[in-house]
Write a protein that binds this ligand. Structure first.
Ligand SMILES: Nc1nc2c(ncn2[C@@H]2O[C@H](COP(=O)(O)OP(=O)(O)OP(=O)(O)O)[C@@H](O)[C@H]2O)c(=O)[nH]1
Ligand SMILES: [Mg+2]
Length: 279
């Protein structure tokens, strides 16, 4: 399955981010902890080239904890400040605050030498669609200032949010890049819900997920849906439909509905904590 999605609003958003990059000291890049590499946008990497950087492994609550640890180590070794996070809860924000301070230490030092005291850190919050940028900003700010939603493309314009005297954050729309060279990247981004549903073939996508789970999370499908793990993905999808009572008129298995159920249960964590790629 070859998935591509690069609508015009992303080109526009990217231009806006290029215009704003000179205003910020720090780029806070959110990635999805279930696919920390595939959810890194090379264009955002370019954009942040000469800035202080902080990488947030967001939705860590949905990913395998051992994998979260492995990925944190992987990115730290590459020189990033890293924090793993569930943006919906306040628990990780002390660590984020500390990492922002650490990432901006040089800037603060420079300011101090010039006699500038307490100038707030300005950070651009960036990432692909639906990784939780606006949720992160709202939790951190302690109030709902940015619109959020469980689908890609919710934020459309830039918005500054003042957290406190020390930090100002710029919310940005999620952006992808013009072409996924590796089809597996498009697939993983579709699985985590970063690609517009309308451009996807839900059944094919669900079957790809089944193939992955059969191989890497043995026993999980049997336990959740009481289905045979030896059968092929198409057969398993029919089995899920039957187990969940998704039948078309005439009693035929509604695999479309079963696919939608499987994807929803994966995305929301009902299937358990699953990481789709390892360092
Ligand atoms: N489980 C879990 N869900 C999260 C987390 N962060 C955000 N979400 C959910 O992910 C969905 C997308 O969140 P948003 O904050 O709108 O994402 P965004 O990156 O701003 O998306 P765009 O503006 O479309 O680019 C929402 O349903 C959030 O509740 C997290 O750490 N864990
Ligand atoms: Mg948003």
């Amino acid at each position: 399955m070859n998935i591509q999605w690069y609508p015009g609003h992303m080109t526009k958003a990217r231009r806006m981010m290029q215009d704003n990059i000179k205003l910020v000291d720090l780029v806070i890049e959110l990635v999805d902890a279930r696919v920390p590499l595939s959810s890194r946008n090379p264009d955002i990497d370019d954009l942040g080239r000469n800035k202080a950087r902080l990488l947030l492994l967001n939705k860590a609550d949905l990913a395998d904890e051992a994998a979260n640890e492995a990925w944190s180590g992987y990115f730290r070794e590459k020189g990033f400040q890293v924090v793993k996070l569930d943006s919906r809860s306040k628990a990780g924000f002390k660590a984020v605050q500390a990492a922002i301070g650490e990432a901006c230490r040089e800037k603060t030092e420079r300011d101090r030498k010039r006699g500038i005291l307490n100038r707030p850190v300005r950070a651009m919050v960036a990432g692909i669609p639906n990784v939780g940028k606006s949720t992160f900003i709202n939790s951190f700010a302690g109030r709902a200032c940015a619109k959020t939603g469980n689908k890609p493309g919710v934020t459309r314009g830039a918005q500054w949010v003042r957290l406190n005297k020390q930090v100002e954050l710029l919310d940005t729309p999620g952006i992808l890049w013009p072409r996924f060279e590796d089809p597996a990247v498009g697939l993983k981004l579709a699985l985590i819900g970063s690609i517009r549903e309308e451009v996807l073939n839900t059944e094919e996508l669900a079957m790809e997920l089944l193939r992955f789970l059969n191989e890497h999370y043995k026993g999980l499908l049997r336990e959740r849906y009481e289905i045979d793990e030896e059968g092929g993905a198409a057969e398993q999808l029919r089995d899920i439909a039957e187990k969940r009572g998704c039948l078309r008129k005439g009693g035929e298995a509604d695999t479309q509905k079963a696919a939608a159920i499987l994807l929803e249960e994966f995305r929301s964590g009902k299937l358990g904590r699953i990481t789709l790629e390892m360092p």
